[in-house]
Write a protein that binds this ligand. Structure first.
Ligand code: UDP
Length: 235
């Protein structure tokens, strides 16, 4: 099936590329070119960016920093990524708008349902900063939530590996990849850590399919949006 509207979830770690933290602008530029082909193919794209290359609330909390503050810091990290990606995408000729789920009028437009739809209908990429805007969740949950809000066909969850395996393929040579998975298994199997369980639970409850795949393989995003089988489909 050719998809009309998709949400691509990118983690901060992926945006850092070869670096330990921050953003790899070359990689972001490469991604812009990949997304350009998808937009030309007639598919609308929303990108949810993570912030793990800067801060994760659950990790930084402690030594006086409250969890809520840590999460606020994490959301600001996603904002840094979203701003950088927006500029780099536009520099590559991909019309893009950054919409923020946290109040940040000086730096980005607010995430407003109708505004997001308007940008998408005009063929612009919408990059969401700030996740859901609330603490105690991650951008995985935000990805499913916003994919539902914007009536996406699928959540494309980019990972380092090319799908979901029964065990970590980096550690086990005999790990086998699932071509597809039922939500129930993805939620209940503790060994499947590809996405937050909260995000997976929401996707299951609302029947929002998720494809776990390697976005850094040339052509993979376009293959997926034009209906080809890539990665592992959870539905
Ligand atoms: N975060 C949050 N609410 C959200 C999205 C993100 O509080 O709706 C915070 C949370 O602390 C999270 C951090 O921002 O750990 C960075 O996001 P995430 O961990 O999802 O980034 P990724 O691992 O995808 O790079």
């Amino acid at each position: 099936m050719q998809y009309k509207r998709v949400l691509l979830k990118l983690s901060g770690e992926q945006l850092a590329g070869e670096f330990d933290a921050g953003i790899d602008p070359k990689l972001a530029g490469w991604l812009a070119e990949e997304i350009k082909t998808v937009i030309k193919g007639g598919c609308q794209v929303i990108i949810m960016v993570g912030g793990g290359n800067f801060v994760r609330g659950a990790q930084i909390a402690g030594h006086g920093i409250k969890r809520v503050t840590g999460d606020h810091m994490g959301m600001l990290g996603t904002m840094i990524n979203a701003l950088a990606l927006t500029d780099i995408f536009e520099d590559h000729g991909v019309p893009t708008r950054c919409l923020s789920s946290i109040f940040a009028e000086q730096v980005a437009e607010p995430f407003v349902h109708r505004l997001a739809n308007k940008h998408l209908e005009k063929g612009r990429v919408v990059i969401v900063a700030g996740g859901t805007g609330r603490p105690y969740v991650t951008t995985d949950t935000a990805a499913v939530n916003i994919a539902l809000e914007l009536d996406c066909d699928v959540v494309l969850k980019a990972t380092k590996v090319d799908g979901v395996y029964d065990k970590d393929p980096a550690k086990h040579a005999d790990a086998t990849k699932f071509e597809s998975l039922h939500f129930q298994q993805a939620v209940e199997d503790g060994a499947i850590k590809v996405m937050d369980k909260a995000a997976m639970g929401l996707a299951m409850e609302q029947n929002m399919p998720i494809v776990v795949f390697d976005a850094m393989q040339p052509g993979n995003i376009l293959k997926l949006t034009s209906g080809k089988n890539v990665g592992t489909r959870i539905s």
